[in-house]
Design a protein around this ligand. Structure first.
Ligand code: NAD
Length: 541
């Protein structure tokens, strides 16, 4: 981008305010400067986010640029391009070319990449976390958790040498049948804003370790962590073109859905985009896995450990400002557990709402002013529809951050007919529903359209077992509020939380990125002619 355009954009008014009116505080500013100096693909001091194509971080020639704001102050940190059609073609060409050699590298070369990457991700976790705090708004501790949960996928991918073993059996005399799991080709991954490191890492290690090449489109709202990860992949020895990063919104997504060279799409995000990508991608003959929205219920039985319940629900409802697809957004208080509501409210009211870099911050800002106003509207709808607001975070004031997208912890007692229950809020809002029995709670959860996660708190094994057996939700916690399985298990959100046939991670993750070849051979013993052994140590390089 020409310097004149950048300076013109820099002085531009954002939402009616001159951007320079809300500078970063000194800690955030120092982090932004350090990241911009250390990493090739991301600038957080008002510069641009680069495309990563064929092993090079390149400035886009786009006409359309989107601003990335610090959600605590509205300061413009960077600008991200709507990658042009020509640049997108270059990325696909680079990935197609790289596939020819990467798909034929030995499995231990690919494993070695994952080993190096996990080491580098661990080493540079602080840098990744700083980028996430700046662009996404998470607290530092939560941002490190975002990286760690992605790192665990890389650690799982290190096991590729065992996990990619095929089947083999002698089917007849001198006749063998075996399967070989081969990569698909160029794959694509489209990510949401809420886990800028973890979700790109749901795709990168597994797609690449299985021999595919990848086009990643991170969220246009916080692509910085993905750019750092791309550079770490390069440092881990990944050849040019195996991973490419493009940017933008619907046009780039549609280009991914339509390009004939792209064989599979991994999507994580909201319902509207997920359905669109699933429909368009599958109509074009691609494999698509789409993880989408959620409404996760925690059932609190009266025999539960009260302290565990209150702390777990508060952490799971308000951590990451409620912007987790596995956040507990509904608490069903069964029978006498209803008496714990005042204490739940009191503990939640003590959470520290603050900028992500501030000491002791528990709840950071929402991603955008639009997200804040949407969340506030949904809280207001509860009031209008007869719900009761026990804790109201709409007017929270955060010292030093007058323009941040903050909403404080909010607890609303509501009915299942109300809008605040029916819609995914994706903010620090806990909807509380009263129920008389476990069966009533099960009916409520099973009638909900989503099936990402749920939890029960009880001291009774029998109650927990009945719940686990009868609830129609894919990921279930028993005395655990956010039952996100480690990545050697498959993600198993169901109902409207998933579209596709083959889920992320675990055995299915491997299946998604590979196809089988089944080979039958006949090598008759009497045809054997070899009479000289090779005694060198086999190295398989
Ligand atoms: P989003 O759907 O707005 O964006 C996700 C991606 O899709 C982005 O890369 C974006 O550029 C693209 N996109 C957005 N709108 C599009 C459209 N109309 N057509 C084509 N592409 C489009 O989601 P978000 O706001 O970034 O993320 C929050 C959502 O993601 C929540 O609904 C949350 O529940 C969901 N999520 C789900 C999981 C899961 O595993 N189920 C995990 C994380 C987040």
């Amino acid at each position: 981008m020409p310097a004149s355009t950048i300076s013109c954009l820099r002085s531009r008014c954002v939402r009616g305010y001159a951007t320079s009116a809300f500078p970063l505080n000194p800690i955030a500013r120092a982090k932004a400067e350090q990241l911009s100096a250390d990493w090739k693909g991301t600038s957080l001091v008002g510069g641009t986010t680069k495309n990563y194509i064929g092993g090079k971080f390149v400035e886009s020639k786009a006409d359309n640029w989107l601003e990335i704001h610090d959600p605590s102050t509205q300061t413009v940190l960077s600008r991200v391009p709507e990658t042009t059609g020509a640049e997108f073609e270059q990325a696909v060409d680079a990935a197609s070319e790289a596939f020819k050699t990467w798909s034929r590298t030995s499995i231990i070369t690919r494993q070695r990449f994952t080993i190096e990457l996990q080491h580098l991700l661990r080493k540079y976790t602080p840098a990744l976390a700083d980028s996430i705090v700046l662009e996404q708004g998470k607290t530092v501790a939560d941002a490190r958790g975002d990286v760690l949960r992605g790192l665990q996928v890389v650690e799982t991918a290190v096991g590729i040498t065992s996990n990619l073993l095929g089947d083999y059996v002698e089917v007849s005399k001198d006749m063998d049948t075996y399967t070989r799991r081969v990569p698909l080709g160029v794959c694509a991954s489209i990510a949401p804003f809420n886990f800028p490191a973890m979700i790109p890492l749901w795709s990168i290690p597994m797609a690449i370790a299985t021999g595919n090449t990848l086009i990643l489109k991170p969220s246009e709202r916080d692509p910085g962590a993905a750019m750092i990860i791309a550079e770490l992949c390069e440092r881990a020895g990944l050849p040019p073109g195996v991973l490419n990063v493009v940017h933008g919104t619907v046009p780039t997504v549609n280009a991914i859905c339509d390009h004939p060279a792209i064989k599979a799409i991994s999507f994580v995000g909201g319902d509207r985009a997920g359905k669109h990508i699933y429909d368009r991608g599958t109509q074009n003959g691609k494999r698509v896995q789409a993880n989408m929205g959620a409404k996760n219920h925690a059932v609190v039985m009266p025999d539960a450990n009260k302290n565990l319940v209150l702390n777990s629900i508060i952490g799971a409802a308000f951590g990451a400002a409620g912007q987790r697809c596995m956040a507990i957004s509904v608490a069903i208080l069964v029978g006498k557990a209803q008496m714990w509501l005042p204490e739940l409210v009191e503990r939640a009211s003590k959470l520290n709402v603050n900028g992500g870099f501030e000491q002791g911050a528990d709840v950071g800002p929402l991603i955008s002013p639009a997200a804040k106003s949407r969340v506030k509207k949904l809280i207001a709808s509860a009031e209008q529809e007869g719900g009761r607001i026990h804790l109201d975070g709409r007017d929270v004031r955060v010292e030093g951050y007058p323009h941040g997208n903050f909403v404080g912890p909010t607890i609303v007692e509501a009915a299942t007919t109300m809008t605040c229950y029916r819609e995914e809020i994706f903010g620090p809002v806990l909807v509380v529903i009263q129920a008389e029995s476990l069966d009533d709670a099960l009916d409520i959860i099973n009638a909900n359209k989503y099936g990402n996660g749920t939890a029960i708190f009880t001291q009774s094994g029998a109650t927990a077992r009945k719940f686990e057996n009868e609830v129609n939700v894919g990921q279930i916690g028993i005395n655990i509020p956010i039952p996100v399985p480690l990545p050697f298990f498959s993600w198993s959100g169901n109902k409207a939380s998933f579209l596709g046939d083959v889920a992320f991670n675990g055995k299915t993750g491997l299946q998604f990125y590979t196809q089988n070849k089944t080979i039958t051979t006949l090598w008759k013993a009497e045809d054997a002619i070899g009479n000289r052994a090779n005694v060198d140590m086999p190295t398989h390089h």
